[in-house]
Ligand binder design. Structure first.
Ligand SMILES: C[S@@+](CC[C@H](N)C(=O)[O-])C[C@H]1O[C@@H](n2cnc3c(N)ncnc32)[C@H](O)[C@@H]1O
Length: 1002
């Protein structure tokens, strides 16, 4: 280590993330990572966990807290981008493959090929490039890199080969940053060290040295809402000492898996492989001993398909409930339902290779609905008459006099594991998919078959086995005996099936396989085990899709406990593929200390330097309820590694909702974290930008927790699938915080000036960096307007949260004051004022400030967005954010297109005569009058007439002369912005401007 790494030399230095963050590039990277779905680094450990924060974002936050902001922001940005693998030379490695020397020599202009390459035999090629390799004389020539070139020199040259394209397209073509963390960076260290005064050749070294310079030791990074472990894992990978805690033990297990499995050493991984194979062998042996998965002719059961059966109240027939009769699209396999008149029930026959029309007809089963949301009903025909009965009627749903909902289902008991004969819903095995090794070649062959008496007797064996062992296995903890506690999600299985204990969500075959796995697996196999559990339950859907996708799906396809009418159970062969699997390998640096605790965030005690957290703000996912599905399996008998965690979801301690309790619990958590942090500690809170009140909420919380905002950034993280479902583009706000020092006092009047100045400086600093970076090396903006707006908000909050007392009021008490519905608190008022001030600073160029101040929200929105469109920005979330900023009630009526990346405003012509009436947010506005006039001019209405309409449409046109001036300025603004977008409207706006200007007054 060089002498420049002095303990505490950066103690008081502002952190990079407090001054800048390349949010545009980061959004592209984060989005790419989210789109990778199951291919993500940690997802194989538990695909049921949906709200994973992208690793690339986590890395940016942690590094951004450790790196100092120096007096040279452009250079800081450049170094940061190198560390994030966002620079050209890193893309050389992130690219699908590196170019070969011959390809380089064919493409690039080099004055001396010999500066980079050795050519053999000498003297055949010209000295310079490009070289035309089609020349037959060059056929035998070999070109190799010179060995004395540094990696950096090589990459610089290779970087010239990268196609010139926008960053988003480039990232689309490249590997994700987090996939190449170990290989991509070896070119950067000299420049990084020169800038930071460090002596590092790897991330762990750099992080340790920065930690010493800032905190006197290797940095301790904590996440007290660790969830799936995305933040702690990235912190550990960077070389920080890590503390991860979560209230929920399943989250702890996932974090443990991230550290020890994906992050495990190669020796540990070899050991895990061994354990996987042994487990597979044991399970196979026990199942074979029972003989319940083989048909006696060499085939094994891969998937067992079950459905519910009920007695039709009209006919007395027993009918299987199958929404679709298709078994497999690829095999054209269907279930034929044939009446057995004597027994008044149906025989189910599986037929394979049916015609396309029969397959199509099979999409109709015995359960139908008349559209989405409508009650499903049973339908079957007896003696030529069709009978229909709603499922809710079968269940006997009723509403009692006191308004409670109920039904006639029997509630299952602790020792039940299958329906009683008199129960309304019975279960029936209706098809088995068999598999066996191909006689020739590799792989398996598969068959769907009708259930035979032999199969039925094997079912009985399984049932008898479970009946015999259930009580013991429940006592040992291999099968759950936990009650299902009532709740928003957990009520569903109770209400819809009468299941009262978690093991009721599994049939005997599933209980058998899952229990054997539980009993024989240690800590390292538990993530795989619980993944099996959610792929082998009565909530695991059988999906007959074509294209090789048919199979049994996971329970947590979505974050609910939806009961099913038909489902699949896995045979061991099908389970094994979830056990004997390869996880990604990213061994963590051996030096890092890792700690995991199952604790409410408000109870942590260890000191930490940096907190990066993603709390459950207004989260739609009720982790505390749905994860009980897994807790039930593990709680009685956890392996020693997990034995210290409380195996209970402790629902009452979970932070949830958005109300009073939420704020109180959040303050308790963040206050505790603040207490555990040194004076120069830093926090980053991530939250999803959803509701408009979020700023006020978060500001209240951090204020009351003794924290001060120092910066805020907005990163787009949502995936396309959500977009397809019609939800808004979502992003993540990063709020950067420090401990509030001292007890400063101020007044509201003084605040006004201070906020204005701070916001203006902030906007100027980021706009300046945009310009500087453009001059230096990049084509795209570092920050878009929305980023600058966000930074403006943060600047306002930075000023506000600096104070402990405002106008004689103690801000902690104020922030915690309960809200009265409809009432604006003192803090809300201050924040609204701060945010308004920030918005005021974002006047688009070309509109005088005095005019801007007079405009309404909808006018500001339209004009601002037009400015952004003119600069090529068309993402819907920008429109959403600015609509919020300008308090537009419904911005959609102003939009011509609302697609995620092709959003745009309505043109004057598209508006036509719309948005002129009293209910509109543009009613009687100068902008609306102008757009109307533009529309008329485009449609060749006579100028005089247009002007006459305009005067009528602008209230008090003659009484208030500033209205006319405003109209001229806005017409001019429209003309300029519309030039590239809609030239015909642009020239109409120009004509209009002249008409107004030349109008004779008086
Ligand atoms: C939004 S998630 C975190 C997701 C995580 N960042 C990831 O990428 O997977 C919030 C987490 O907070 C946890 N939680 C809720 N209440 C808590 C409390 N009082 N103390 C600690 N953790 C809590 C939940 O169990 C959940 O795992």
């Amino acid at each position: 280590m060089t002498s420049s790494v002095t303990p505490f030399s950066l103690k008081e230095a502002p952190a990079l993330i407090e001054r800048l963050l390349p949010v545009q590039k980061l959004s592209v990277e984060a989005y790419k990572e989210q789109m990778a779905n199951v291919g993500k680094t940690l997802t194989a450990l538990g695909s049921y966990w949906k709200g994973r924060k992208p690793l690339v974002l986590n890395k940016a936050c942690i590094l951004g807290c450790l790196l100092p902001a120096t007096g040279n922001p452009a250079r800081d940005l450049e170094i940061f981008e190198r560390l994030m693998a966002m620079d050209d030379e890193s893309f050389v490695v992130r690219w699908k493959r590196r170019p070969k020397p011959k390809e380089i020599v064919a493409r690039l202009s080099l004055t001396q090929i010999a500066d980079y390459f050795i050519v053999e035999p000498e003297g055949i090629l010209p000295a310079f490039a490009p070289v035309d390799w089609s020349n037959p004389d060059y056929k035998k020539v070999k070109v190799v890199w010179r060995e004395d070139l540094t990696e950096m020199q090589r990459r610089r040259l290779e970087a010239l080969m990268l196609p010139h394209m926008p960053y988003r397209e480039r990232v689309n073509e490249a590997q994700r940053c987090e996939e190449v963390m170990d290989t991509v960076h070896n070119h950067i260290w000299d420049t990084v060290n020169a800038h930071l005064g460090t002596d590092a050749q790897s991330f762990p070294e750099l992080v340790e040295q920065l930690g010493i310079m800032r905190f006197g030791h290797r940095p301790r990074v904590a996440d007290t809402f660790s969830g799936s472990g995305q933040i702690p894992f990235e912190a550990a990978r960077l070389g920080c000492d890590v503390y991860a805690s979560d209230l929920n033990p399943v989250a702890c297990l996932l974090t443990w898996g991230a550290f020890h499995i994906v992050g495990g050493s190669s020796e540990y991984r070899m050991e895990l492989k061994q354990q996987q194979l042994e487990l597979v062998k044991k399970i196979q042996a026990e199942i074979d001993r029972l003989g319940v998965e083989t048909d006696g002719t060499g085939w094994r059961g891969r998937a067992y398909l079950y459905c519910i059966e009920v007695k039709c109240p009209s006919t007395g027939w027993i009918v299987p409930l199958l929404p679709s009769r298709i078994v497999s699209i690829d095999d054209s396999a269907i279930a034929e339902i044939l009446p057995d008149q004597t027994r008044k029930r149906y025989v189910i026959e599986i037929v394979t290779g049916v015609s396309a029309s029969r397959l199509k007809a099979a999409t109709k089963g015995t359960v139908r609905t008349d559209g989405q949301g409508a009650d499903p009903y049973l339908v079957h025909t007896v003696g030529g008459v069709e009978y229909r009965t709603k499922i809710s009627t079968l269940r006997g749903d009723y509403r009692s006099d006191d308004g409670m909902n109920g039904n006639r289902l029997r509630l299952w008991g602790k020792h039940d594991f299958k329906p009683h004969p008199e129960d309304i819903f019975q279960e029936r095995l209706y098809c088995i998919q068999w598999m066996r090794k191909k006689k020739k070649g590799k792989g398996y062959e598969f068959q769907f078959r009708t259930v035979t008496p032999g199969d039925q007797s094997r079912e009985r064996i399984v049932e008898e086995f479970i009946a015999k062992h259930l009580a013991d296995w429940q006592a040992n903890g291999w099968i759950p005996d936990m009650r299902i506690e009532s709740g928003y999600n957990t009520d569903q299985p109770i209400r819809e099936r009468g299941w009262t204990h978690w093991h009721h969500l599994f049939n005997p075959r599933q209980l058998l396989v899952n229990a054997l796995l539980d009993c024989h697996s240690g800590a390292a196999l538990k993530p795989a085990f619980i993944n099996v559990v959610q792929h082998n339950a009565k909530l695991s859907r059988w999906d007959p899709s074509g294209g090789g996708r048919a199979g049994i799906k996971q329970v947590f396809d979505n974050q609910a406990l939806n009961t099913l009418l038909n489902y699949g159970a896995r045979g061991t062969e099908y389970v094994i593929q979830l056990i004997d699997r390869d996880y990604k390998k990213y061994p963590l640096p051996p030096t890092t200390q890792l700690q995991i605790a199952a604790l409410p965030a408000s109870q942590i005690i260890e000191p930490q330097d940096i907190f990066v957290t993603d709390p459950p703000y207004g989260d739609a996912v009720k982790y505390e309820e749905i994860l009980e599905f897994f807790i039930a399996w593990l709680r009685k008998n956890p392996p020693p590694e997990f034995a210290d965690w409380v195996w209970d979801s402790r629902r009452s301690l979970a932070i949830k909702g958005e109300d009073e309790d939420f704020r109180r619990d959040m303050v308790a958590a963040y206050k505790r974290m603040t207490d555990c942090m040194p004076d120069n500690g830093i926090q980053v809170i991530m939250f999803t930008h959803q509701s408009g009140s979020i700023w006020a909420d978060m500001a209240n919380i951090v204020w009351a927790s003794g924290l001060q905002v120092t910066a805020a950034w907005y990163v787009v993280t949502e995936t396309d699938s959500a977009l397809r479902e019609g939800s808004y583009v979502k992003g993540t706000v990063l709020l950067v915080l420090r401990k509030r020092q001292g007890t400063y006092k101020t007044t509201r009047d003084d605040l006004a000036w201070e906020i204005q100045e701070e916001v203006q400086n902030q906007v100027a600093a980021l706009s300046g960096l945009n310009q500087e970076a453009k001059g230096l090396y990049r084509d795209e903006n570092v920050f878009e307007d929305a980023d600058i707006q966000m930074a403006g908000y943060a600047a306002a909050l930075r000023v506000l949260t600096r104070y402990a007392t405002i106008d004689g009021r103690d801000m902690t008490t104020e922030a915690l004051r309960p809200r009265v519905k409809g009432e604006t608190t003192f803090v809300d008022g201050l924040i609204a004022f701060a945010v308004d001030t920030a918005n005021q600073c974002l006047v688009p160029q070309g509109i005088p400030k005095a005019h801007w101040d007079k405009l309404r929200g909808a006018e500001r929105f339209y004009l601002k967005m037009l400015d952004m469109e003119a600069r090529g920005s068309n993402t819907l979330d920008n429109y959403q954010n600015f609509a919020k900023a300008f308090k537009v009630r419904d911005f959609r009526v102003l939009m011509g297109d609302q697609r995620a990346n092709r959003a745009r405003l309505k043109s004057a012509v598209e508006f036509g005569r719309g948005e002129m009436s009293e209910g509109s947010e543009l009613y009687q506005s100068v902008l609306r009058a102008l757009l109307y006039a533009v529309m008329e001019l485009v449609k060749s209405v006579d100028g005089k007439e247009v002007l006459a309409h305009l005067i009528l449409n602008i209230p008090n046109y003659y009484g208030d002369m500033t209205q006319r001036e405003l109209a001229i300025d806005l017409a001019n603004y429209l003309a300029n912005r519309l030039d590239a977008l809609r030239p015909d409207e642009a020239s109409a706006a120009r004509v209009l401007r002249e008409l107004i200007k030349n109008q004779r007054l008086g």
